[in-house]
Design a protein around this ligand. Structure first.
Ligand code: ADP
Ligand code: MG
Length: 650
């Protein structure tokens, strides 16, 4: 068999020297950093400010969106048009977010495709769009700080929480794209923190990262493997953070004022925001001093509140919150199958770890002094910059991890691509997925390995084909073909397939030769972007048609039994649905291209109508299948068992 070529295992950033940005896209703050002069460095604005509030305000007068500190000030003017915490909404639906939504001053609704968007009245804004404004502000800040043309800054390492799922990561990528940035690597926030402290090179193998930010807490356990940190376990609470400390202060003060003066400070939403602002300052002061004064002038009642708060008092208020973080740390360690004594290092991340009580509690609970030398607000951004430096070849002695420039996957029976290794995965890497057969009694399957970003296999590059033969003749859907991709450090891809019931296996190795040039990779990516929408539509249509063909075939085969066993209404519904489905298949065979929604509608109706039949057949088919007989044999029962040695490969 001919061995096809896989290559283009690129080294992003090797070619030109505009720096790759390291961006911490935070819930409350974002930062941008670069690696220069041999170290990571956070870039500041003209006022020397490193933190950029992740807030975007959309003025009602239709003026340009305002980002950062100024947007944060506008929260009091136009709370319902000022979006903070958009990271909480990214890649989620409003239904996922019930708890979050209660605390947001702006309106969130589900857009088409059931993704949460902010409703401004005259239009909606997606969380990606909000994130894109923040990312663009980071990019602009970097251009100014570095004295470079913004157009040159096109690549970034962006950090995301370890618990982000694919949809959330994908949405973050889209946000970066909107801001004109290509995400060359997405790094988990705890991993970035460990990189910032150089723990990968200190031989530390097990690290806990405790991250207490403004609105979220998470704790992760990392393990070093082949020079990279892998997240072994993570636990957290997306509604626990420094903001709760602020609220604890405001609630106490408001309760006291209510009792003493009969005044409700919290009546006005704007006053509430102002009170929280004061509380945050008091909290920060208490990280430096033993006492701080809470001072607030209530515009509604004219009351001037002045109340000294001692650090011990404050600690009592927040102690239950801190305890909750430790309970979560215990859970993460248990999930990792470790105890505190298995850990080599503990790292503190997040502005709220400046609170002395938090530090002391972590130190005591973990039984070791945590890393806290770096600014806890900046650690993640610094780590992103270290990763950017490594990718840009600027960190001497660092293991330069390559990434796959294009997605690697398998062509499925409907001509779509099942992606196993997404592009930009660091190598070496491996991935697996289970497939099944498409036709009853199928004894061989063809596996086509493809590379590229398009949804349909035919638009991508074929790297190799091979067959898995000698499968037991089972009804479609029962065999379990486990396909494993292993991409080694030299970019050699080994694809291994094994059927679980029979143990039949086959494999192919695809070796690097003169592969794709950088330009070829670029072109493939550009095409994928250009075709994203139509691709998705084609894929949905192909998936639905495949499903329809399988359903039609199986209903046709069992029509005799349906006529014998189903009641009249069920049978009529089934026959009508079958007829519609057959008509649609004929139309497509004649070259018509139906919209995917229509195909899906026909599939849904046929599957609904076939339910009673499926129930009828279920017992017999399943029990017989276990004995290795095919559906034909069962349906034609009693019938002689004929060994099938030559399958109809799809
Ligand atoms: P996120 O990652 O959620 O964006 P950060 O890591 O930036 O959050 O942390 C922000 C939180 O840290 C805020 O609640 C802020 O009040 C708190 N914080 C910042 N500095 C201090 C300090 N000196 N003492 C106590 N809390 C602080
Ligand atoms: Mg953070």
């Amino acid at each position: 068999m001919e061995l096809p070529v896989i290559q283009g295992i690129g080294r992003p950033g090797a070619a030109d020297d505009a720096p790759i940005l390291g961006i911490d896209l935070g819930t409350t703050h974002s930062l941008v950093a670069v690696y220069r002069d041999g170290r990571p460095e956070v870039l500041r604005d003209e006022d020397g400010e490193a933190l950029l509030p992740s807030v975007v305000s959309f003025p009602a007068d239709g003026g340009a969106p305002v980002v950062g500190a100024e947007a944060r000030r506008r929260a009091e003017l136009e709370p319902e048009r000022t979006v903070h915490s958009a990271k909480r909404l990214v890649g989620r639906s409003a239904a996922d977010l019930r708890e979050t939504l209660a605390s947001l001053p702006y309106r969130v609704v589900d857009a088409e495709g059931e993704m949460a968007v902010v409703d401004l009245g005259e239009r909606t804004v997606s969380p990606q769009e909000v994130a894109a404004h923040v990312l663009r502000a980071c990019r602009r800040r970097a251009a100014r700080a570095l004295g470079l043309d913004e157009a040159k800054l096109t690549r970034a390492v962006v950090t995301v929480p370890a618990y982000f799922d694919d949809a959330q990561r994908q949405a973050t990528r889209v946000a970066a794209r909107l801001a004109g940035l290509e995400v060359v690597r997405m790094v988990n926030e705890p991993t970035a923190a460990a990189l910032a402290y150089g723990l990968d090179r200190k031989g530390a193998s097990r690290v806990a990262v405790y991250d207490l930010g403004g609105g979220t807490f998470d704790v992760s356990v990392l393990e070093l493997e082949d020079g990279t940190f892998r997240v072994v376990a993570t636990a957290g609470d997306t509604h626990l953070g420094g903001d709760d400390f602020d609220r604890a202060i405001v609630e106490r003060i408001a309760a006291e004022v209510r009792e003493e003066h009969g005044v409700d400070l919290l009546a006005e939403p704007a006053a509430r925001i102002a009170l929280l602002r004061v509380a945050e300052e008091v909290k920060k002061e208490l990280s430096r001093n033993d006492v701080a004064e809470f001072r607030f002038h209530d515009p509604a009642s004219g009351l001037l509140v002045r109340r000294p708060i001692g650090v011990i008092e404050f600690q009592n208020w927040i102690a239950p919150l801190v305890q909750r973080t430790l309970d979560l740390a215990a859970r993460a360690l248990a999930d990792a199958g470790m105890t505190t004594s298995d850990l080599d290092e503990v790292v503190l991340v997040g502005g709220s770890t400046r609170v002395p009580l938090v530090r002391a509690a972590v130190e005591q609970w973990f039984g070791r002094v945590p890393h806290a030398r770096l600014d806890p607000d900046q650690v993640v951004a610094l780590g992103a910059a270290v990763q950017a430096g490594i990718l840009g070849g600027k960190v001497p002695g660092a293991l330069l991890l390559d990434v796959t420039p294009l997605t690697l996957g398998i062509e499925t029976a409907d001509g779509a691509v099942a992606a196993l290794i997404p592009r930009n995965s660091p190598i070496p890497t491996s991935a697996g997925e289970t497939f099944t057969t498409f036709v009853d009694g199928q004894t061989a399957i063809a596996l086509t390995v493809v590379q590229g970003e398009r949804e349909m296999a035919r638009d991508n590059r074929v790297l190799g084909r091979f067959q898995l033969r000698g499968l037991p003749p089972l009804p479609a859907g029962l065999p379990r073909v486990e396909v494993r991709f292993q991409l080694d450090a030299d970019g050699v891809l080994r694809v291994h397939a094994r059927e679980a019931h029979s143990g039949v296996e086959a494999e192919i190795t695809v070796e690097p030769r003169h592969g794709l040039t950088d330009e070829a990779v670029e072109r493939m990516l550009e095409e994928a972007w250009a075709h994203a929408e139509e691709d998705l539509e084609a894929r949905r249509r192909a998936d639905a048609l495949l499903r329809l063909r399988t359903d039609v075939r199986s209903v046709e085969k069992h029509l005799g039994e349906a006529r014998r066993g189903l009641d009249k209404d069920a049978l009529i519904r089934l026959e009508e649905a079958l007829e519609d489905a057959q008509d649609l298949l004929e139309e497509t065979a004649a070259g018509e291209v139906p919209p995917p929604q229509r195909v899906q509608g026909v599939v849904d109706e046929l599957e609904g109508a076939a339910l009673p039949l499926a129930e009828l057949l279920m017992d017999r088919v399943v029990t017989s299948a276990v004995r290795g007989r095919t559906v034909e044999e069962v349906a034609a029962s009693p019938a002689p068992r004929t060994p099938q040695d030559e399958g109809n490969a799809s």
